[in-house]
Ligand binder design. Sequence first.
Ligand code: ADP
Ligand code: ASP
Ligand code: MG
Length: 442
Amino acid sequence: MCTFALLMKVLKFGGTSVGSPVSLRKVGEIVRAEGPSVVVLSAFSGTTNSLVKISELLKDQQSDLALAEVDDLKKHYQTYVNSLFDGSKLLSTVLDFVEEKFRSLEQITRKLITPALERSILAQGELMSTQIFYWMMLDGGFEMELISALDVMRIDQHAEPDLKFLKEALNERIKAENYYITQGYICRNAFGEIDNLKRGGSDYSASLIGAAIDANEIQIWTDIDGMHNNDPRIVDHTRPIERLSFAEAAELAYFGAKILHPSSVRPAAEAQIPVRLKNTMKPEAHGTLISSDSDSGGIKAIAAKDGITAIKVKSAHMLLAYGFLKRLFEVFEWYRTSIDMITTSEVAVSITIDSDEHLEAIVEDLNKFGTVELDRDQTIICVVGDNLQEQSGIAVKVFEALKDINIRMISFGGSKNNVSVLVDTHSKNQALQALNEHLFNY
Ligand code: ADP
Ligand code: ASP
Ligand code: MG
């Protein structure tokens, strides 16, 4: 059995990197230049959104509208392929493939939608992008080995990836330093059905594959030159960060920096494989290197995570009651709902969760402990850096910046890498901008 003494990289390209024929060719050039690797591709940008829309329309029994959406997407793929393979002898093969894929989607719009069918619809974007990329490379005389993620990536009944299975499956398929290509995001579940690693999950696929093959580097190629120190979609004057530790990057990803899927740092960190974030349209830019080292201490970046619900449980003699918190946490454990922030006082506990899936049942159970109050539409703002709790003045700077904003909860000291505050979502943009100005002097 191969033990992966092979020197290979994992190169993951996101939706915008593969979104047009021009960018797909650019991806081809980068792959050739980087050397032997496993290339992990997302769907072309907009495709997964469109597939989600088709599924939603089918759930609403609006099959005519779903069919119209399928048709629009098909036209987009035909135009894309006609341009990418213009003058190539492979053009008709690729157009036939597109025709066949969309014929299946059209047929699905006539069926009763089930959860399994929905997940299978969502998988089509990555299945198409990888096949089209494979043919584009072949057309240029560059043969890669296509590995189906559906044969190697598996999740268990709790949606946890099976790294051991992935290692064994890749061991069987990767025998030499060569060029391989596979789909991000998609996998099979415990029932053998097509499933996925949740939106943005291709980063997670890449990190898992990197850990499984003991890659020497995992590169995440996207449309921006690395992790910025604040959300560039919201804040003016952000700049890329050259180096981050695994812990810092994991906090930023978990707390909303969209450039990385929330779980994507952990597999790389556990296997100690450096992760490099790079810009497909500007490969010469430094990007961000995530590894076990980091630059000197201090505040590095700010991220924000929306869709948070704060739950306050008030009870007259809470902290005196031995085991109170344990019993309270057991409610969340039972519903497999993770807690992001927690603050306590003698009379109340406040907890935040990012999923409303079991909220009603959780509240019903918590009512046994005391009065329950809910605040929805909250945002966690997370300030990340190295050794924050050992430096004086960090909290003061954060609160000075947020002096005009109502802060609902504060968390500091839970890890040495983060200070988090909970604010109303409508104050988010103002809070991010104010923190940018105070912490980074813009
Ligand atoms: P891909 O399709 O390549 O996976 P994503 O859209 O998922 O790309 O992630 C890249 C985007 O993440 C950027 O275009 C940027 O708008 C957004 N983003 C949010 N926060 C940050 C951040 N702190 N640094 C860099 N990009 C960020
Ligand atoms: N195509 C999937 C999505 O849009 C996965 C990914 O791009 O990472 O969510
Ligand atoms: Mg992404």
